[in-house]
Design a protein around this ligand. Structure first.
Ligand SMILES: *Cc1c(COP(=O)(O)O)cnc(C)c1O
Length: 371
């Protein structure tokens, strides 16, 4: 699905120097590379405060801890997402409230969000799924009207740009009260291990987030709150600094591949190509097709038998996951999500794909469609 080795080879000299520098100075934890990456990312995102942490799941958890929610508070999120989003809500004793998604963009449906709001709702967690922003303008209106927070899960959409109706443009993850991202190796901005970050424009909240990520201390050995230990290590930060410089080029390359896939399958009638939402650029974390009258599972099996990887993101809706079964929800409650889980299939999407590889993937998919 990705070729991280080929990607490394293109930036090897810079990455090797960056890693060696951390080793030479033995600044493994909280070294200068972490602060430098933080500054670079703040600049790239036009965001006042970036707080690096250990992974994307921690980023979400720390954001919710810093916002001071109480057990029983309700947090609304999409039923079609990666489990981490709902996991941290449940772990903190908050109540995950699921809503369905838009059948075209696969992103959270704002009207369903508004219907799910109660007097216990404290936050909405939109997930910018597969690389394009959720409908943030409408979500922000709803959040403002009901005086609740938005925590953006931007693990799949770093670099995507959202345009508001007044023409202003913001990067995904910097629009709500706080944003959370992941630098897992296969994400669009991935390190060589685990990493994550939290974004906010609110200085006071940023200070609280920093404190919670660092054992609840502002001053060493004085713990004001119960926190966690969640750090981005210096070697990962040094690698991310190099890769951040490539990020827009990576997104450009991903869009070129998406265009080629669109052109190849757009008129097939048997596959529905990704719908690009007019308010957001797409950074194609995943290129996800919807099968239409052909068997998704047979397609996946066929591709794999010909050496073409294909993945299902995600096969099971959150409300049907064993750990998240809840008497409030039953099969049929989120028809769009359930339908998507049965029909989505993602093709390889990465920055170093060779033209022969692309043509082979397209030919193999076409072979399946004609079989
Ligand atoms: C990857 C991902 C996360 C979690 O990131 P980790 O760094 O693996 O903890 C959270 N939400 C979404 C939507 C993701 O894709």
């Amino acid at each position: 699905m990705v070729d991280l080795k080929a990607q490394y080879n293109r930036i090897k000299s810079e990455v090797d120097v960056a890693i060696q520098e951390v080793i030479d100075t033995t600044t493994f934890i909280n070294g200068p590379a972490v602060g430098a990456f933080q500054k670079d990312l703040e600049q790239y995102l036009h965001c006042d405060h970036v707080i690096p942490c250990a992974n994307g799941t921690d980023a979400l958890q720390i954001a919710m801890m810093a916002l001071g929610y109480k057990p029983g508070d309700e947090v609304i999120t999409a039923s079609f997402t990666y489990v981490a989003t709902a996991e941290v809500i449940a772990l903190l004793g908050l109540k995950p409230v699921l809503v369905d998604v838009d059948p075209k963009t696969f992103n959270i449906d704002p009207e369903a969000v508004e219907k799910a709001i109660t007097d216990k709702t404290v936050a909405i967690v939109p997930v910018h799924l597969f690389g394009q922003s959720a409908p943030m303008e409408r979500l922000m209106e709803i959040a403002k009207k009901h005086n609740i927070d938005i925590i953006e899960d931007t693990a799949q959409a770093i670099g995507a740009e959202y345009t508001f109706s007044d023409g202003s443009v913001k990067k995904a993850g910097t629009i709500g009260r706080v944003g959370a991202t992941s630098f897992f190796p296969s994400k669009n901005l991935g390190c060589y291990g685990d990493g994550g970050a939290i974004f906010t424009q609110d200085e006071q909240l940023a200070a609280k987030i920093r404190m919670i990520a660092n054992h609840g201390q502002r001053v060493r050995y004085y713990h004001d709150e119960i926190g966690v230990n969640s750090r981005l290590d210096s070697i990962q930060a040094a690698i991310l600094r190099v890769k951040l410089r490539e990020l827009d080029q990576y997104a450009f390359r991903r869009n070129q591949l998406a265009d080629a896939y669109d052109a190849a399958f757009g008129n097939s009638g048997k596959l529905i190509t990704p719908v690009r939402f007019s308010n957001s650029t797409h950074v194609f974390h995943q290129y996800t097709l919807l099968t239409n009258g052909v068997s998704r599972d047979e397609m996946k099996e066929f591709l794999e038998s010909k050496g073409v990887p294909a993945m299902i993101y995600y096969p099971v809706p959150l409300h049907m996951q064993k750990a998240y079964l809840d008497p409030r929800y039953k099969q049929g409650d989120f028809p769009v999500t359930e339908d998507l889980c049965a029909r989505v299939v993602s093709l390889p999407m990465h920055t170093e794909m060779q033209d022969e590889q692309l043509q082979h993937i397209i030919a193999t998919v076409n072979q399946f469609l004609q079989s």
